[in-house]
Structures are given as C-alpha cells and as structure tokens.
Design a protein around this ligand. Structure first.
Ligand SMILES: [Zn+2]
Length: 306
C-alpha cells in the first residue's frame, strides 16, 4: 500500500514512482504533495505501508501528526522511499525515528528517466544500486571533466543505454557523488552511488570557502534538541560575506533559560567553524518558524545574487 506524496503533474516524481510501484504489484494511493493533515488521515485509514516523499516532507508529516492526533501505533508504515533533494545520514535517522520506519534513498532525474535511476536496498551501507542495464554512470572531475576512479568524489555523469527517442550521452547531472564497485551485502553486483552530498551549483562560496548546505545539516543533526529544519542566509556587508544559520530547536529548549540557548548557539557556531572553517551567526528559532515545503526544501537564501 504505497502512499505517493510526490507531486503529480509535469514533475516526474509523481507519475514515475506511481507507475513503478504499480509495476511491482503495489496498490498506489495517488495523494500527491501537500494537504498535510489529509495525508496523515489517509495514511491511517488506508493502512499505508510505504511512503514516497521528499525527506523534508516526511519530517513535515511526522511533525504534523501531533496536530491531527494520530500516533505511530495507529499507522502501518514500514518503509519510506525518499529522494528529489539531498539529505544527510543524520536526517535519515531523524526520519526513521520520527516515523518508525526504514528510510531509503532513491535517485533519479527528469532528463534521464525520472525516479528509479538508482535505489538503495535495505542491506546496503554504502549507497544506492544504479540500474546499470539501463544507465551507465561515471564520475568526472567537475573542472577538467576527466573520469575519476571508483571511490573518488566528483560530478555524476550518465549515459542512457536503452532509452529511445531522447537518449542522452554523458549527461552532466551537477550532482556530487562517488561510485562503489564492490559487491553489496544483498548479493547484487550493480555499481552503487553514494548519497548525493550536494550539487556543483548549490555550492556556496563564502569568503572563499566552499560550503555545501549538506555540511551544515550534518552538524545540526548531530546536536540534540535541534530540529532538522534550517535555513542558511547569505548576505554581503560591504565586501564581506556573512552567513546566518536559522535553526529550529525543540519546544522544550526554546523555552529554556537564555543561558542554555546561548550555549547551544555557541556550540553550533563552533562546530560549523570547526567543520567548514567559516564563522556564522546562529539564530535559534521556535519550532515551525521556518517555512515548510510541500516539495523540495528551500535551504539557502543567497541575497548576494539579487
Ligand atoms: Zn544491495
């Protein structure tokens, strides 16, 4: 019983995942994105066992469950298949804990076929199986375009092998990943691609330092009491770039003493500085302050480009 919360329409996620799930013999609830409270009611009433959505929307659903008065034990949800935006390992843990499911990664892109170019198996601890009988993956250096050996990070490039009418040859995805050629624990020998850590074009350069939103997310998700909802705002004051990180904290922490909040801000700031080498301002905000997406999350507001 697959609840498909990807948007239906011209976005390939909706209908692509729909047809794929039907082909496997599953019943698909074409609920599409949005209308969050209704999603939860449907999840309970229909006994959905699989949720298809972006990872940020899965968390949005988890948070909204309290409002609807639905608890995890009323649901039959077992597994989530989440893609269409980069998400960190820590965010996966958050989704798994909050929804009581196994959360798996799926990868695809409209230019190649839509969803289903690569998919994680439940046993893999290292990436998603690329369906190599249809898609030939390569990793290249994004600057020189030279192919890189297995295990090295670079830009993912695809050639379609079976696609008709609109084949693509060595298509640059702008997604950053790595390829692993070792056999998976599940027995499959298909090459695996690492979770996409970012895009060559969503990389921010802040005071000359390369910053990926996923690195900030990695820091945040490792800190207790911090919610996986955040936004990075970049401004330019004079000739200097500034980075503000807006982070939601739990209700309990938000209403704690100022001292506690300040301590937490400082810790986040220090860990970001430590990992990225960039000084930022951290603003802790109340739960649900940051606008929720019903599709892909908007993580970065770069005012320098305006
Ligand atoms: Zn596997």
């Amino acid at each position: 019983m697959v609840q498909n919360a990807y948007g239906y329409g011209l976005f390939t996620g909706g209908l692509g995942a729909h047809y794929g799930a039907e082909r496997l013999g599953a019943t698909v609830i074409p609920v599409s994105g949005g209308n969050t409270k209704r999603q939860i009611t449907i999840m309970r009433d229909f006994g959905s066992t699989v949720l298809l959505s972006t990872p940020s929307y899965a968390l949005n659903l988890a948070d909204a469950m309290t409002d609807v008065g639905v608890t995890l034990d009323q649901l039959k949800l077992r597994v989530g298949i989440h893609g269409a935006e980069p998400w960190s390992v820590n965010m996966r843990e958050e989704v798994e804990r909050k929804l009581g499911i196994r959360a798996l990664d799926i990868y695809g892109l409209s230019e190649v076929i839509g969803p289903g170019v690569a998919m994680e198996c439940p046993e893999s601890d290292q990436g998603m199986h690329v369906l190599e009988d249809h898609f030939l993956p390569e990793i290249v250096d994004p600057d020189t375009f030279e192919p890189l050996p297995p295990g090295e990070q670079g830009e993912l490039v695809f050639t379609t092998l079976t696609k008709e009418a609109f084949p693509i040859i060595r298509y640059r995805t702008k997604d950053l990943s790595r390829l692993f050629v070792e056999q998976c624990r599940c027995g499959r020998t298909l090459v695996r691609m690492a979770k996409v850590t970012g895009r060559t074009d969503d990389m921010l350069i802040i005071r000359g330092v390369n910053v990926f939103p996923s690195q900030v997310e990695h820091v945040l998700m490792g800190i207790e009491g911090v919610e996986p909802h955040y936004q990075i705002e970049v401004n330019r004051e004079g000739n200097l770039d500034t980075m503000d990180v807006l982070v939601e904290v739990s209700e309990k922490i938000f209403h704690d003493e100022v001292k506690v909040l300040e301590g937490l801000s400082r810790r986040i700031q220090a860990e970001i500085k430590d990992l990225l080498g960039v000084t930022c301002t951290v603003k802790l905000v109340e739960p649900r302050t940051i606008q929720r997406s019903e599709g892909k999350a908007r993580r970065v507001i770069d005012n320098r480009r305006l």
